[in-house]
Design a protein around this ligand. Sequence first.
Ligand SMILES: Cc1cc2nc3c(=O)[nH]c(=O)nc-3n(C[C@H](O)[C@H](O)[C@H](O)COP(=O)(O)OP(=O)(O)OC[C@H]3O[C@@H](n4cnc5c(N)ncnc54)[C@H](O)[C@@H]3O)c2cc1C
Length: 374
Amino acid sequence: MNRKWTQPEQMLLRMTNDFTDNEIAPFDLQIDHEGKLPAGLFDKLVNTGFLTMMLPEEFGGAGFGPEITAAVIERIAQGNASVAVTLEGHFKTLDQFLKYGTSALKAKYFPTAGERIFAFSMTEASGGSNPMGIQTTAVRQGDGWLLNGNKVMITNGGLAEVYAVLAKTAPDELSVFVVDKDMPGFQFGKQEDFIGLRGTPVGEIVLTDVYVPADNLLGKVGDGPMLGDSAHDDARILMGAVLSGIMTHALNLSVTYAKERKALDVPIGQLQIIQHKLANIAMSRDTTQLLYERAAYLKATQQPYSEAATMTKAYGSRTAVAAGDDALQIYGGYGYSREYPLAHLIADARALEIAEGTVEKMESAIALAELGKA
Ligand SMILES: Cc1cc2nc3c(=O)[nH]c(=O)nc-3n(C[C@H](O)[C@H](O)[C@H](O)COP(=O)(O)OP(=O)(O)OC[C@H]3O[C@@H](n4cnc5c(N)ncnc54)[C@H](O)[C@@H]3O)c2cc1C
């Protein structure tokens, strides 16, 4: 799509490209091998103002909208997807504070959002696809609530300082509470050792009799399912952008290699079978990009975007895994070496067939939306 960026948006994209080229891309393999961001990178993300770029100016942010926010995420993901996913997890949580937080909640938490990461916590060991299966409880105590339970596999778990937590307020009722890591009874638990997105911490939080004031209810009692769906939708747009970024990374590597590497005395890029793979990567990237841009446009113009957001992540995650595999094959034996980034591109993309709703659940959601239109 030919979205015409404003002057400030063009400046932001230039700044993001420079930041990605200088601060992220050179460390891509290091991030994968060491399983963490290089020292100082998180502080640089904070200092350049990325963490509040999408918050409205009245809350201390830069006021950038959904379309340019997704474009920024895509460019960062071209350098390293896990840096982009760390921002995605923060942004989707801030989005829920914006949509459902009271003025008091916003006043309490937004002034810290430029330095502290926020996270959205639904999944438990008992299962992530079925929210009603969770066991975390919130019981009224005085003016507030007492929370008990464990949340696992939380994006930025361990790094984030503020958590939106899905809890049962009655056997068939789910609500969301804002929990601060400094509240008594809050602990960090196990950190996941995932195969991809190695720079994004994903971990457990353990809540033992954590007292949460009434103000920290996000939305209303019983709004949990709606808030969970809304967080998924906002996350899925940005994940479409992450997947486009991964595929651009794969395409750039593949094109460069296909021009240099020779077989039968010609560059392998002149072999039709290799061209077929390059074409597939490019088509998948462009389609995913169009899908996320459409979803971001619908969101920016206050139109329903749930199905469009789900499509970009469902389509993008499946095709990005295939694109990474095509790129690996173009590199031949070197592609299979951890000295090159192809394997981690596949593993990074693979996470997004699971996080923020599995592909199976998303395909059901798309089908139900289509059935509902008939
Ligand atoms: C990198 C990463 C980041 C994550 N970040 C977060 C986060 O920030 N916050 C958070 O709360 N969670 C997070 N998760 C957890 C993620 O949301 C869950 O892993 C996901 O929802 C699936 O839940 P599960 O792992 O318990 O699998 P299960 O729900 O046990 O599913 C197992 C299998 O059964 C299938 N299945 C289950 N139910 C259905 C159904 N109704 N229809 C069709 N198929 C079904 C699934 O598709 C899957 O293939 C993250 C996970 C990953 C990998």
